[in-house]
Design a protein around this ligand. Structure first.
Ligand SMILES: [Zn+2]
Length: 108
């Protein structure tokens, strides 16, 4: 296929994708979702190099003697799926609930 043909094909498919996304969005918005129980689906982020130490002979008073790494972290993510239309939703938001414990208290 020539570059021109490939470009035309890409444009045609991009249009088709846009249409499919719009139709899917509409189908999803019409669904009266029936959500599954949220599943905990965390993502683990490995530590990565933030700053490499300065090579010998470089830098002044603020020279960096050690490589600086980020802390690895686990991102809390929950996913729920609609059993009717298959839509998947994820969230990182949580609600914090405080439990109230009732303890009997008598006048001494
Ligand atoms: Zn649904």
């Amino acid at each position: 296929m020539s570059a021109n043909e490939l470009r035309a094909k890409r444009n045609r498919l991009a249009d088709e994708l846009k249409r499919a996304q719009a139709e899917l969005g509409q189908a999803e918005s019409l669904c009266q979702h029936k959500w599954s129980e949220p599943k905990y689906t965390p993502i683990y982020h490995e530590s990565y190099l933030i700053c490499r130490k300065d090579p010998p002979g470089v830098g002044g008073a603020d020279r960096i003697f050690e490589d600086i790494w980020s802390d690895p972290k686990t991102e809390d993510i929950w996913t729920r799926t609609c059993s009717k239309c298959g839509k998947e939703e994820t969230t990182t938001s949580v609600e914090t609930r405080t439990e109230v414990h009732k303890t009997p208290k008598f006048r001494s």
